[in-house]
Design a protein around this ligand. Structure first.
Ligand SMILES: *Cc1c(COP(=O)(O)O)cnc(C)c1O
Length: 356
């Protein structure tokens, strides 16, 4: 027997989440965002379950090429475009759509020798100030692009910093509207949060990522609890040791947890080297033998400890869910001061993954 930890992926949930997204934005086409190895799920494992999508969006050329090699013929969007001009030969060969966010990229595209024009997503800086052209520059860049023979279909693109807040897109939408004034082109603005919560931002293409994987764009599960979205990844392991503590005894590195009374503790084969957050405090939720309890003590590299008080029947070999259907990754993340995105994308390569 090998170490009992496993991440299991529910591909039916993934298919269903794509449907939920489509129902939320019924008049838009969908870029399924599969960057960061499909948010830690494994692009090669999950892409075909998203086969009903209209296109795939990511950052890595390697991931884009993988999809082409697997036979995906639909649109593929590189969200940050090319990083060096010499990559344009591969964009050309694999027929990839590129984002353009900087002048040097416009020049490089103009000077490239391509077999056919590339579709372009012109990135507007909505006020987030990461990538993109300032709204007042968009019109002139647009006109420049229209005269470049390497440019095919043009789409306007922007991204939101605060789409998880009720009034979080008001000012960005104003800036984008100003930038797009007089430009007759499709638009793609909405990440998961805007897809779920801001219909006025849907336009022609939405770009959901985290929602497809069944975690919340706000970091709070309650915000998507009634949406129909279901967790795709479950991280599971087993109890591999039991300790009976006397009052005053401690558990783990730094002796952070000290038993207030006699306590039965289970040791779980899962640690931070598997992707479980080391920052998780005592009480971070965990499911042991079907019962919700909390972790105790500092998370080790390969193990963590759980309080067995609420589940006295549990013993060696009892199943543990670190996150999944019962314990939402958002809840573990928020206990640890982060978001589900970080935990999902940090699943360690040493964890075996199975699809169900
Ligand atoms: C990551 C990303 C998305 C998807 O964001 P989610 O919050 O995961 O839905 C959309 N657009 C761009 C440009 C991104 O980088």
């Amino acid at each position: 027997m090998s170490r009992p930890i496993v991440a299991s992926l529910d591909l039916q949930a993934l298919r269903q989440n794509l449907q939920v997204v489509r129902r939320a934005a019924p008049h838009s086409r969908v870029w399924s965002v599969v960057k960061a190895n499909a948010y830690g799920h494994g692009l090669d494992r999950v892409w075909s379950a998203l086969g009903a999508t209209d296109g795939f969006a990511m950052l890595n050329l390697e991931e884009a090429i993988l999809l082409r090699e697997r036979g995906w013929k639909g649109p593929v969007l590189l969200l940050e475009g090319f990083f060096h001009a010499d990559e344009l030969a591969l964009f050309d060969k694999y027929r990839l759509t590129t984002s353009l966010h900087s002048n040097w990229q416009v020049k490089a595209l103009a000077n490239a020798k391509l077999n056919a024009p590339l579709d372009v997503y012109l990135k507007i800086n909505s006020g987030m100030n990461r990538l993109g052209f300032a709204p007042e520059r968009v019109h002139s860049v647009w006109q420049q692009l229209r005269d470049i023979k390497n440019v095919g279909q043009l789409t306007l693109m922007a991204h939101f910093a605060d789409a998880d807040k009720p009034d979080g897109i008001d000012e960005p939408m104003r800036r984008i509207g100003q930038a797009a004034e007089g430009i007759d082109a499709p638009r793609s603005l909405a990440n998961s949060a805007a897809t779920l919560w801001h219909p006025q931002a849907h336009f022609d293409w939405v770009r959901p990522g985290i929602a497809l994987y069944g975690a919340s764009p706000s970091g709070q599960w309650r915000d998507i609890a009634t949406s129909g979205l279901q967790p795709v990844m479950s991280l599971k392991s087993e109890i591999i040791g039991i300790q009976n503590l006397k009052a005053g005894e401690t558990v783990g590195y730094g002796s952070r947890y000290r038993a207030d009374q006699e306590r039965r503790i289970g040791i779980v084969a899962c640690g931070y080297a598997d992707g479980y957050p080391r920052q998780a405090p005592d009480g971070a939720p965990v499911l042991v033998d079907g019962v919700r309890t909390g972790i105790v003590g500092t998370v080790s590299m390969d193990m963590l400890a759980v309080d067995l008080t609420p589940c006295p029947q549990a013993g060696i070999g009892s199943p543990v869910e670190l996150w999944g259907n019962a314990i939402k990754v958002d809840d573990v993340a928020s206990a640890a001061g982060t978001v589900g995105y970080e935990l999902l994308t940090a699943l360690a390569p040493r964890v075996p993954v199975v699809t169900v």
